[in-house]
Design a protein around this ligand. Structure first.
Ligand code: NDP
Ligand code: GDR
Length: 373
């Protein structure tokens, strides 16, 4: 990875605003917020494979935060080769969003950025609301004013909605199920959902809500329960860790593979009309069942290692999520390819390899064995 990712776009910021015809691009152009996250990395790979030019908005951080996309990053000094370009912006900064829309002139905008951790949203509710709900509004408003200034009404917008919006409404949950959110994160996602519907109805913007159930991968953040478990399984198997501290094991989730879910996002934007879709595997498992599958796969018993720690319980829990993805299957032609057992094995396999690499560092004295991920 290059040491700096300066703003690298070569387009003219003012061309579109001034009404000059922008140069016709042979490629479709996508703009992704949250490109450095789990879904952003898979979506980027997917769109590059489809021949898109992909622009990602990244936020400034004191450490580089591009680990998930380093493998596809090409230094912008090789501009003719680089089809993924990164730009500094933030969902809390409206002017940066509008500026990059005017510069990049995207055909499709994917709003994946969020403070996405449900438990953390109880700790930083104000910030979560600002980024997740008002951030979506800022981006929609930037899209609206960009269209108004340029006439580029073909631009399409995807909003990353969540099954957390259903909260305590019993399963199965589909597009008609009432929302009953149970966290500041989920309430904020509901607002973002309705902002998206409102901009579609009020301004005719091609804007879609994907209501995605939990989706995981070896790139999942390490403080979400699935990855926390598979990281621990890898480290326990290799002898770097013994205990795993968890909260509520009885919550049920409909877990799919992130690589499958980004395809559904793209499919929504290829339809003739904008709409909202539930994306789910339609199978639900408890955290305990995930533990059974992950520890069992490597011949361990989770009961020998898991310790319940009340700090991981939430002020309000979502007990049972199980999606009904009939509409996505029938209208989009989407279906998940990776099932629960395969997902668990994929994640454990990768995390065993990661633990082996950590062990090399520990044995060489470069890392403390007690250092928990
Ligand atoms: P991640 O937490 O892995 O990624 C979130 C992304 O948002 C990161 O790139 C992060 O940047 C970026 N981000 C956070 N705050 C800001 C901000 N203020 N301005 C700009 N960017 C910001 O999430 P996922 O990839 O798992 O999820 C993608 C989206 O889908 C999120 O909106 C999430 O809420 C939603 N979702 C996820 C589901 C899942 O199961 N994964 C299910 C349903 C919805 P950085 O890398 O710097 O932290
Ligand atoms: P979730 O995912 O809240 O569903 O949100 P998470 O993996 O954090 O929790 C799932 C369930 O596991 C229980 N749990 C624990 N969770 C965490 N993180 N850590 C623990 O130690 C632990 N022990 C038990 C939780 O209580 C919960 O019931 C994810 C995010 O990706 C959201 O952004 C997204 O919108 C939803 O999925 C759909």
């Amino acid at each position: 990875m290059a040491s700096e990712k300066e703003n690298s776009n070569s387009g003219s910021e003012s061309a579109a605003i001034n009404g000059e015809a922008p140069a016709q691009s042979p490629r479709k152009i996508a703009l992704i917020t949250g490109i450095t996250g789990q879904d952003g990395s898979y979506l980027t790979e997917f769109l590059l494979e489809k021949g898109y030019e992909v622009h990602g908005l990244i936020r400034r951080s004191s450490n580089f935060n591009t680990q998930r996309i380093n493998h596809i990053y090409i230094d912008p000094h090789n501009a003719h080769k680089a089809r993924m370009k990164l730009h500094y912006a933030d969902l809390s900064d409206a002017s940066s969003l509008r500026r990059w829309l005017d510069t990049i002139l995207p055909d499709e905008v994917y709003n994946l950025a969020a403070q996405s951790h449900v438990a953390v949203s109880f700790e930083i509710p104000d910030y979560t609301a600002d980024v997740v709900s008002t951030g979506a509004l800022r981006l929609l408003e930037a899209v609206r004013s960009h269209i108004s200034a340029t006439g580029r009404s073909h631009i399409k917008y995807y909003q990353a909605g969540s099954s957390e919006m259903f909260g305590s409404t019993p399963p199965p949950q589909d597009e008609t199920t009432p929302f009953h959110p149970r966290s500041p994160y989920a309430v904020s996602k509901c607002a973002a959902h309705w902002y998206t519907v409102n901009y579609r109805e009020a301004y005719g913007i091609f804007a879609c809500n994907g209501i995605l159930f939990n989706h995981e991968s070896p790139r999942r953040g390490e403080n979400f329960v699935t990855r926390k478990i598979t990281r621990a399984v890898g480290r326990i198997k290799i002898g770097l860790q013994n205990k795993l501290f968890l909260g509520n094991l009885q919550a049920s989730r409909d877990w799919g593979f992130a690589g499958d879910y980004v395809e559904a996002m793209w499919m929504m934007l290829q339809q003739e009309k904008p709409d909202d879709y539930v994306v789910a595997t339609e199978a639900s498992h408890t955290v305990e069942e995930f533990l059974e599958a992950a520890f069992g796969y490597v011949g361990l018993s989770w009961r020998d290692h898991v310790v319940i720690d009340k700090r991981y319980f939430r002020p309000a829990e979502v007990d049972n999520l199980k999606g009904d993805a009939t509409k996505a299957k029938e209208v989009l032609g989407w279906k998940p390819k990776v099932g629960f057992e395969q997902l668990v094995k994929m994640m454990v396999d990768e995390d065993i390899e990661l633990a082996k690499r950590e062990k090399v560092l520990v044995d060489a004295g470069y890392m403390d064995a007690q250092q928990q991920p």
